[in-house]
Ligand binder design. Sequence first.
Ligand code: LAC
Ligand code: ZN
Length: 493
Amino acid sequence: VGLDAELERLAADLDAAAVLRGGGLDRYGTPARGAPGHPDAVVRPADLEQVRTVVAWARGAGAVLVPQGANSGLVGASTPPPRRPDREARPMVVLSTERLRAGPVVDPVARTAVVGAGVRLSELNEEAAAHRLELPIDLGADPSLGGMVATNTGGSRMIAHGDLRAHLLGVRAVAADDRVSVVDELTTLRKHNVGPSLTQLLVGAGGAFAVVTDVAVSLERVPRERATAWMVPVDGPAAIAAVVDLEARGAPLSAYEVVGAHALEAARGVGPPGADPFGGAPAPELSVLVELSGDDVAERLTAELERLAADGRIRDAVVQPPTRAWSLRHRITEGLRARGAVLGLDVSVPRGSLDAFRVAARRVVARVAPEAEVADFGHWGDGGMHLNVVWVGGDEVPAHRRAELVDAVLALVVGDFGGSFSAEHGVGPHNAAWWDRTVGDGTRLALQGLAAALDPLGVLGHPGLPYRGGPAPPAATHPGTAAGGSGSPNNDP
Ligand code: LAC
Ligand code: ZN
């Protein structure tokens, strides 16, 4: 039986809007970063039972389901590979969660919310705002809640509030075992200590293991006030010393974002004139967006900035309203895309090593790709750095540079600095080889066992995910190609 007939059979079991094929699927095939893939079809189940129907269908039809939320992920896990991996003949079907739109149901007394996996963060927060509550995860994109579970979204306020995992109370999900089991751990209880949690094992799994259909999270009070400033540290070590000082003095820090000169210039390039805190002067080598949240934080921020200046940590500071300050920060990724071809790496090192790592990484890039520039920025308060290598004016990352550059930088991160090859964007085909290279045998074996139990046929997840079920992923057969041995070698934004 051909795929068309199989899809017709599926459509008859669901509804007219649930199965898309033919033209017009680009939106579902084009990732936020990297080369587009070409789904053979898109299925959009509208509730738990429809998800079960789709998973059962995929098992029978021999299809791979690539779960996709808002498609804002940056590691390539939510779209089919641009080239079919070796030995992979199965149809690639995107399972979009966009019609799983239950809720949001906000409980203002418990400070919790329950939503369908396809509901966006902005939609949840709009509902929560009516109760002066929020899920305090801040980022430029607007992911779906299911995608946030699949990637464990971090973002800019992680320093104060933690990542998605820290707010996750439970999920409902559909496994791809022979019973197409429902994992029902959807609870809003905060006190619920009943042994191992499958919910937590689905966090960061990229849609392998099970399809998340519903999500319960804890919310927090919207702070009474937020105050933000851009400041210029005297040098890299001072940027670190300043955040330690602020913490030591008990400042209610809710973001500490450091931006390198080239990244700032890129954001300036796509922004409205006048939004720039430094009035068009040459971009400082490093600048910092600092945010305090709570009561009377405007005064507190001014006092802290004076203190940091008096202590010789900073040489300039400009207080701006939060919306204005953040708009520059949130334009960086767009600005980089406009500046040229970008190889984006999302890494972390212990916070005290950020400046030394930055210097060392620039040296590595200058050796391997002397024609490129480094535009780095990131969540220094949490040790995170988005290290972007930019070919100014280029359309594509030069293929002959990619693997060597990725390997050299990540070897520095992991080997020399004890850092992580994925600080917050999660694991996907772009960095699967580094997972393979660095994960311990104990973890690998346990996850293989879990995948065998939840998805023995390997129906779920991008085929390049290294811990999915079914036959061994192609990534493991090409351990030498770190930038994307799993068939998705392109991670340009
Ligand atoms: C950011 C994304 C790239 O921090 O993680 O803007
Ligand atoms: Zn980030």
